[in-house]
Design a protein around this ligand. Structure first.
Ligand code: 2AM
Ligand code: CA
Length: 267
């Protein structure tokens, strides 16, 4: 295993233990509202601290970008970790057992290794660039679905961009009329991993931040999948608007978003 992946797995497991011990027990942690409908807990911060300490112990000169603390360490380092200590914080607070630790390592801007760990399911998704994607050590691949007909698609409502809700709901209506069913699970990094291992045939969401998708995107790519923005361009990294699946499903999903809805989403 790539040595940096090894360290990341270790850091994710230790933070995962804390998450599994405290999930849903809001009497044992503090909850604050960062923005409307956007929560953070003292466990997010504790996990972040644990992970940063583990990484800095081995890689003192690296930079870490985290959701809750911003930039830590050497901002000029060639190595940058992009970390979400709890992806799916609302699920965590509510005691819904679906959340993950997401960690990606970029070298000169290119993602080299990725870990997404679901401590409730004890599922460790990993990837190193060019070496495939794995779930608990077993190789994973995207589904081979080639049509929306019969497919299960993951998505999320743009609750933090309510100005886009009507446009999104038009896409949602077309989606539910054309696929078998939809899942809205609440953790973007796990959504991407679920596409990577074929549990979902596709997934689309808007307005994500890089810690939500940095790790899941490499895992997805190494599993034969593709992520684009709503126009099929690689610009999702900037916009956070992401469409994913095997290449055929991405094409099918993009076709479903008509220009009028897209106009509102891309504004
Ligand atoms: P979080 O739990 O780390 O906040 C839910 O649809 C997904 O959106 C989760 O992955 C969630 O991550 C993410 N999310 C939550 N708040 C967000 C925000 N303000 N901007 C972008 N993504 C967010
Ligand atoms: Ca988070």
């Amino acid at each position: 295993m790539h040595p940096m992946l090894n360290i990341a797995v270790r850091a994710a497991r230790s933070a995962g233990n804390l998450i599994a011990r405290t999930i849903g027990q809001s009497e044992n942690f503090e909850v604050a509202q960062k923005n409307k409908d956007d929560l953070v807990t003292s466990i997010d911060k504790q996990c972040e601290k644990m992970i940063a300490e583990t990484l800095f112990k081995s890689y003192r000169d690296h930079c870490i970008l985290t959701e809750e603390s911003g930039v830590l360490g050497n901002p000029d380092s060639e190595y940058q970790w992009v970390i979400d200590p709890i992806d799916g914080t609302t699920n965590f607070v509510k005691g819904i057992g679906h959340c993950a630790i997401s960690m990606a390592l970029r070298h000169n801007g290119k993602t080299e290794v990725a870990v997404v760990f679901d401590p409730m399911m004890d599922e460790m998704f990993t990837a190193a660039r060019g070496e495939g994607a794995f779930l608990n050590g077993r190789r994973i691949r995207v589904s081979s679905a080639d049509s929306l007909d019969g497919s299960i698609i993951g998505t999320a409502f743009p609750t933090r961009h309510r100005d886009r809700m009507n446009a999104y709901l038009e896409i949602f209506t077309r989606l539910i009329n054309n696929c078998a069913d939809i899942r809205r699970m609440g953790s973007a990094s796990l959504d991407l991993c679920y596409v990577a291992c074929g549990r979902l045939d596709g997934y689309l969401e808007q307005g994500l931040k890089e810690w939500d998708f940095a790790a899941g995107e490499l895992i997805l790519r190494e599993a034969g999948g593709l992520a684009t923005d709503f126009l099929g361009e690689p610009n999702y990294v900037k916009s956070g608007n992401i469409v994913s699946g095997n290449p055929t499903m991405v094409r099918n999903l993009i076709k479903l978003c008509d220009p009028q809805s897209l106009d509102a989403i891309l504004r």
